[in-house]
Design a protein around this ligand. Structure first.
Ligand SMILES: Cc1cc2nc3c(=O)[nH]c(=O)nc-3n(C[C@H](O)[C@H](O)[C@H](O)COP(=O)(O)OP(=O)(O)OC[C@H]3O[C@@H](n4cnc5c(N)ncnc54)[C@H](O)[C@@H]3O)c2cc1C
Length: 497
């Protein structure tokens, strides 16, 4: 991979056919498929100093996937040596690094290069992009793989700037801070917090966990793969495919509960309730941990060690609202003051704010944030009317609450390749989704979202746009349905020029 050594200089314009932004699962998948198709004129730019996206940033103790990695990995690059069902961050990061090597992408990846702006030129039918410090790139096609979960969300806490001790977000974990014997405050009880709280609880002097809303949690049932199973997977790739299929259908079945099937949701609620009751015997703590919204409305979490960690004598679950942060303490609304040495935010990401820090100017000088003033939307979550030759990976309404998003990424990349093939076949340069097509698609999405637990489950979640309450992040259907819809591009949906 190439380090960007171009800081500050006005280099010549780089010319490529496809510019990919982001070096996580999405961007890498796009690069691999272009490489496989022999379309080698591409450049991938990544703002960070390594590839991996989510799996490079999140290095907090206990960070791991919550979809088994035999499924949470590329279908075309299965890995027999996953150490366990839910491997940790380092193993997934290593997997992605191996992909970069195996598909020889290194020379076409520019690290430390933040994508800033792209302006569509109708006259030339290209995107003029700027990145890093004055790097100019001209590309016929622009693919965004910037992900939705990488800009930390910080809660607005009165007086937080006065805290003298260290404070950091789970995605920018400060490993230089020794938590041994310290009074640690953790704000938030989402997917990251439930992974790192059990890890840090044994060493903290006192751990105060500030909870706004408890999550629904189901058993994780993690286990390590015995060497003989890894050998079998290596020798019989079909066995590995079969195992992946098994996990896929187990996950896929769950979507019924999210979409409105009361029986499936009821069963899942029973499992989660039983899990809570089995692991927490104190009725007061149990009541504080019992969600008062329907299972699935917020992301359902998997953990076997979170609840037990809350029963430790040095851990206190605090459900009162934080009133103020002082120099050495946190005061809650009930007037109780707790001494704090370190503050850790497990408060998630700005998931519904699109393309943060990026300016995209499409046809007629329209900036994408203006086009999305009402809400962010895209046809199939991928193409946007008014923004020719632009493709979004994991764009609006294509996240999942029940299955591996790598499946969605692969479907989207297949679709982009199909669009590029269509352009080539018809000897055209520009493809733009029809406004009417996008409108109808979005109307259909919102009609389907109405009946789902995400919209009617009685919670506020990070899936929802904070201004409108619309669910702009999740796909209201199965992976199978999405894969079908994106199998091939329909010419009628697009204007080709
Ligand atoms: C802790 C954690 C655990 C998760 N576990 C799961 C799981 O088990 N299963 C699941 O399905 N999903 C999970 N997710 C969701 C996860 O984000 C996706 O699965 C997946 O990693 C998304 O890949 P991506 O490439 O689209 O985005 P990312 O991994 O976020 O990568 C995007 C990349 O784009 C780069 N970038 C952003 N802006 C710019 C810019 N302006 N210029 C240049 N580069 C830029 C970023 O630096 C980043 O490297 C998890 C997320 C988190 C945070």
């Amino acid at each position: 991979m190439t380090e960007n050594s171009n800081k500050g200089s006005q280099a010549e314009e780089i010319k490529v056919d496809v510019l990919i932004v982001g070096g996580g699962f999405s961007g890498l998948c796009m690069a691999i498929k272009l490489r496989e198709a022999g379309m080698n004129s591409f450049l991938l730019i990544e703002k960070s100093d390594d590839i991996g996206g989510t799996w490079y940033y999140n290095r907090y103790p206990g960070c791991a996937c919550d979809i088994p990695s035999h499924l949470y990995s590329f279908s075309f690059d299965l890995w027999p040596d996953w150490s366990r069902m839910y491997p940790g961050q380092q193993e997934i990061h290593d997997y992605l690094k191996r992909c970069v090597q195996r598909y020889e992408l290194g020379l076409q990846i520019l690290l430390n290069t933040r994508f800033r702006e792209a302006i569509w030129s109708d006259a030339e039918s290209v995107w003029h992009a700027t990145a890093g410090e004055g790097i100019r790139i001209r590309a016929r096609v622009l693919v965004s793989g910037i992900g939705g979960l990488h800009v930390p969300q910080y809660p607005k806490l009165k007086g937080v700037e006065h805290l003298t001790g260290p404070k950091f977000h789970s995605s920018t974990w400060d490993h230089s801070i020794d938590l041994n014997g310290k009074n640690v405050a953790v704000v938030g009880t989402g997917a990251s917090a439930i992974q790192f709280v059990p890890q840090i609880a044994p060493c903290a002097g006192k751990l105060y966990l500030f909870q706004r809303t408890p999550p629904w949690i189901v058993p994780r049932m993690d286990f390590a793969f015995a060497e003989k199973w890894k050998q079998r997977f290596r020798r019989f790739p079909l066995l590995m495919h079969a195992f992946r299929q098994l996990i896929f259908w187990r996950q896929e079945f769950r979507v019924l509960g999210f979409l409105g099937n009361r029986f499936v949701r009821g069963k899942a609620t029973e499992i989660a309730t039983h899990h809570l009751e089995k692991q927490i015997s104190d009725p007061k703590l149990r009541a504080a941990l019992k969600p008062n919204y329907e299972l699935g409305c917020k992301r359902v979490l998997v953990s076997d060690d979170y609840y037990p960690s809350l029963t430790r004598p040095n851990v206190e679950l605090v459900t009162d609202t934080i009133a103020e942060v002082c120099e050495h303490s946190i005061v809650t609304a009930d007037g109780v003051e707790r001494p704090i040495d370190v503050l850790i935010f497990g408060t998630g990401f700005r998931a519904t704010e699109p393309l943060i820090g990026i300016r995209l100017v499409g046809r007629g000088g329209v900036e994408i944030h203006d086009a999305w003033r009402e809400r962010m939307s895209a046809y199939l979550g991928i193409t946007v009317s008014g923004f020719p030759n632009l493709f979004l990976l994991l764009g609006p309404n294509t996240g999942l609450g029940h299955n591996s998003v790598v499946l969605m990424i692969e479907s989207q990349v297949r679709y982009v390749m199909s669009c590029l093939a269509l352009l080539k076949r018809d000897k055209k340069r520009v493809l733009e989704v029809r406004q009417e097509t996008q409108k109808q698609f979005v109307a259909d999405i919102y009609r389907r979202i109405e009946g789902t637990v995400w919209q009617s489950g009685g919670c506020h979640s990070w899936y929802q746009d904070q201004r409108t309450g619309d669910n702009t992040t999740l796909w209201p259907g199965s992976v199978v349905a999405y894969t079908r819809r994106t199998r091939a591009v329909s010419r009628a949906d697009y204007e080709l020029t």
